[in-house]
Design a protein around this ligand. Structure first.
Ligand code: ADP
Length: 369
């Protein structure tokens, strides 16, 4: 075959695949656009054209997930054109022509030429309104439901305590144990409802947060003393010291510590030690909670910080829970500007770590998507 023929064949093949590519792009639910380095649109699929006509006009107003005003120039494609980086952003569009607001997730990726100079910016425009509205409805339902449940539960708890007092001193041995059981079940339910409310707050970016100065070691020792009463068969040891007070939300950090120690007890056979180690380096405090329990299989490690995730294995069937504790703890530490992670080996044990800056700067809470 001559060179000319080969070239022609190649061109026909290229044209065919371009046509196929265009059919695929035109049928996507997402908008796809390509801009040249001057910011001019050189390609828009049908969705992108439609979105730009309806949402990106002079009348529309944009805000980000924390309610700050966003201008057209703040949108990812224009950011990528400026700095040659990938950008993502979720915006809420208040559009007067539409019945309700619209949420859109925009991602822009730069494309470089052979000389590594920015040539194009490819952007995808995804309408995520349905998902956001569904999440908002669900969060609202959980929040209202949880608040409504809390009140009668508090009533049951008080009545139970009153009955317990009435019966005290009478010889109704069984009654005493029933009162105690009712009380502990009410506590479990209250805790679960509290967790639901917390998750709702995290999702809405509204977790309560009151930083003040406190002694972390003292607080951990107090927690350990309380938990020793509940888990008397687990030797819990605290090691290390921190010579400075930290500034953080004490109640929230205690919630994290309690969760990690309770988990260590729940997922560890009786009479095995739980070791808590405290360290300070520069301006960062590290806390480790180490157990020699059932451990976590490598494939699940990245998932256990997700809401409602529980590893299902025969060793943990008796441990009760909803899989919210670690998610909430992770978010609390993140909010303090710290990090949380775990190292674990199946059948050997787990060590949960978290860091906290000595002085936290409250980070902005963001509505989750
Ligand atoms: P819960 O304990 O209520 O299920 P968490 O969010 O605290 O929820 O933990 C999520 C999952 O992570 C648990 O269900 C368990 O499978 C696993 N896990 C947590 N801590 C440990 C631990 N110390 N050892 C082994 N598995 C753990």
């Amino acid at each position: 075959m001559t060179d000319e023929k080969t070239l022609k064949k190649k061109l026909v093949k290229q044209k065919k695949s371009l046509a196929l590519f265009d059919i695929i792009l035109q049928n996507l639910d997402d908008g796809v656009s390509v801009q040249n380095k001057l910011g001019e649109f050189i390609y828009e699929n049908e969705q992108a054209q439609l979105m730009h006509k309806i949402y990106f006009n002079a009348k529309a107003k944009y805000t980000n997930t924390v309610g700050d005003y966003v201008s057209l120039q703040d949108l990812p494609p224009y950011q990528s054109l400026k700095d040659g980086e990938t950008h993502k952003l979720v915006i809420e569009i208040a559009n007067p022509a539409k019945y309700h607001n619209v949420w859109m997730r925009i991602k822009a990726v730069p494309v470089f030429d052979k000389r590594k100079k920015l040539a194009y910016v490819v952007a995808t425009w995804r309408d995520i309104t349905g998902r956001i509205l569904e999440e908002k409805r669900r969060d609202h339902f959980i929040a209202i439901g949880s608040h409504e449940l809390r009140t009668p539960l508090a009533g049951i708890k008080v009545l139970n305590q009153a009955m317990q007092k009435l019966y005290a001193g009478h010889k109704f041995d069984q009654a005493e144990s029933y009162f105690t059981k009712i009380d502990s079940k009410v506590n479990i339910l209250t805790r679960l409802i509290q967790d639901f409310i917390e998750v709702e707050k995290i999702r809405a970016g509204k977790l309560d947060f009151y930083p003040r100065s406190f002694d972390l070691v003292e607080m951990i020792k107090n927690s350990v003393n309380d938990l020793r009463q509940i888990y008397p068969l687990h030797p819990i040891i605290v090691r290390g010291k921190i010579d400075k007070k930290i500034i953080a939300d004490e109640v929230r950090i205690q919630q994290v510590i309690n969760n990690l120690i309770v988990n260590a007890c729940k997922y560890t056979p009786d009479n095995t030690q739980i070791l808590i180690t405290l360290k300070k380096a520069d301006k960062i405090v590290t806390v480790e909670v180490k157990d020699m329990g059932i451990g976590i299989d490598e494939q699940y490690i990245s998932k256990i910080f997700q809401p409602f995730y529980r590893v299902r294995n025969p060793e943990s069937v008796n441990a009760k829970g909803l899989g919210l504790g670690l998610y909430i703890s992770y978010k609390i530490i993140e909010l303090h500007g710290g990090k949380m992670w775990v190292k674990s080996k199946l059948g050997v044990g787990s060590t949960f770590h978290f860091t906290l800056p000595l002085v936290i700067k409250k980070s902005k809470q963001v509505y989750e998507f």
